[in-house]
Design a protein around this ligand. Structure first.
Ligand code: ZN
Length: 291
């Protein structure tokens, strides 16, 4: 375990709640001549942007406070106090202490980052790293700042472990995670029956229509959305969540092509909901081993 001190609070580093018990998450101490609330939480680093020569802006997905954009002042500065001080890395997990922003448009102030998991295994495998990057981007797109989703936080931790375990775990883990993200954000797709008429689809070719929130059978459908076999839609519906898969892997192997199709459906829905393009779509070929 490595402690990274970010000496960003004016003269306050020694007063930070570093020795506070884990059950205490809020500590109020003097900050900038007023009273500031320091919040402690578990976090996964999902976005990192260099802000200046010494600072970074980071997107932290926290267990109890949801997505929290923060500024980490001095994060890139070499500290004389500790050789372990340095920039924050994507996809790492740790314990963060921060001063929450006063209003929605502002950044919270990161004051301490205690690294718990650097995910070394993930960094040795490009396809695993790319899969994890897709999950990270989708999380940041779907989660509204400061809206807690503890269940999804735990699914993300599970997915980040799964993707490093091998090809099947990587492909299934990422697809299962993005589906969980949509469900947690309130946009879980309807996949086992037509959203228009309610009929089960079987093996027939159907269309996934994001604005309808699910699949549309050939009798009801036009040409909107993404063509997909009913068999893949049903398999996606039944795919367990990452936390379940981490303990009980599905008995049958899944085809890379089918999982890639399932991922395409889910990413299309993420894009329609957020009105943004998923940039990591370009990593699909590498993650799923398809052209
Ligand atoms: Zn129908």
């Amino acid at each position: 375990m490595v402690t990274r001190w970010l000496g960003c609070v004016r003269g306050q580093t020694t007063a930070l709640p570093c020795g506070a018990p884990r059950s205490r998450y809020q500590v109020t101490i003097a900050y900038n001549s007023g009273m500031a609330t320091y919040v402690m939480d578990d976090a996964i680093c999902l976005r990192v942007v260099d802000f200046s020569e010494t600072s970074q802006i980071v997107g932290m997905f926290t267990r109890r406070h949801g997505m929290v954009p923060m500024i980490a002042k001095g994060a890139k500065r070499e500290s004389k106090r500790t050789s372990s001080s340095g920039p924050l890395d994507l996809l790492t997990s740790g314990e963060v202490v921060f001063v929450p922003a006063k209003s929605g448009g502002e950044l919270s102030l990161l004051s301490k980052w205690e690294l718990v998991n650097h995910r070394t295994m993930l960094r040795k495998d490009l396809a695993a790293l790319n899969g994890a990057m897709m999950g990270a981007e989708v999380t940041a797109m779907l989660m509204v700042p400061q809206d807690p989703h503890e269940a999804l936080y735990e699914e993300l931790e599970a997915m980040l472990e799964l993707v490093g375990r091998g090809r099947q775990e990587r492909m299934r883990g990422v697809v299962a995670y993005v589906k969980a993200g949509l469900v947690e954000a309130g946009y879980g797709p309807v996949l086992e029956a037509c959203v228009m008429c309610g009929r089960g689809t079987g093996d027939e070719e159907v269309r996934f229509v994001p604005v309808a929130g699910g699949i549309v059978c050939p009798r009801c459908g036009g040409s909107e959305g993404v063509a997909v076999s009913g068999r893949i839609a049903v398999a996606l519906e039944r795919l367990p969540r990452p936390r379940v898969m981490a303990v009980t892997p599905p008995a049958r192997e899944a085809e890379g092509g089918a999982l890639a199709k399932a991922m395409e459906i889910l990413l299309t829905q993420v894009e329609v909901i957020t009105d943004k393009r998923v940039k990591t779509r370009s990593l699909m070929g590498n993650v799923f081993g398809v052209g």
